[in-house]
Design a protein around this ligand. Sequence first.
Ligand SMILES: C[S@@+](CC[C@H](N)C(=O)[O-])C[C@H]1O[C@@H](n2cnc3c(N)ncnc32)[C@H](O)[C@@H]1O
Length: 231
Amino acid sequence: MSLAAEIEDAFASLDRTGWDWKDCMPLVERVAELENPPFALTGAYQAGVLLKPIVAQRIAGLFTMEPEDAGIIAECVSQSKGDYLEIGVLYGGSAIIASMFCRGQVYGIDPFEWGPTQTHHRIYPKQEVAEANVYSWGLPEPRFFTQKHPPMPPELKNNQFDVVFIDGDHTYEGAKADWDNVRERVNNFILFHDIHNPKHGAREAYIEAMLDPEWEEVYAKKKMGVLRRVK
Ligand SMILES: C[S@@+](CC[C@H](N)C(=O)[O-])C[C@H]1O[C@@H](n2cnc3c(N)ncnc32)[C@H](O)[C@@H]1O
């Protein structure tokens, strides 16, 4: 049995009542073993890691991602030539990192409707706030859409992307719907965030996606998992 299949079996047999995500750590470690060395980390990764705290300090609102995860966004975008789409923009932190390395257009989709409990210092995560954060770095104009994904905004209905970052609705259903609706439109990398935390369900959607023969897992560390198109 392949390691991926073993992980799938173990994951399927977990008792989900009263789950604490730490119970899943042994499984998390097995998934980390799948990291594929040919996915080389270059200077773009290092730059992303270093830039993350600087971006977090300078933007209005929050950018709480691990620096290594920002490094991976930088790496995947810099290994690609085309457009980047992110599902889940919030205050624009990850979009800023992507914009710094992207040779195509940066797109983002978010309903921008997080409630006051998630709102940082009363700065509501609105499209204008995220856009202003990107502009404050002198980066090219991003194209953000205030709506939930799916569906894809009508303006993007025929677009292909080189990189898609799934960081929106972290339920299993939400992350799976994102994957199902974007995978045919992605030429290079699909990144899933929060794959370490089974409470989010994004992890389960990621593990299913990882078994798709058209994709291979090239990286899984910290909270980020990366699939690369193989055919
Ligand atoms: C963890 S935050 C994203 C963080 C962001 N990538 C960053 O760099 O800081 C999750 C975001 O996903 C958004 N979201 C939730 N459901 C969504 C959906 N169905 N489609 C798009 N975005 C969604 C939320 O509004 C929230 O802003």
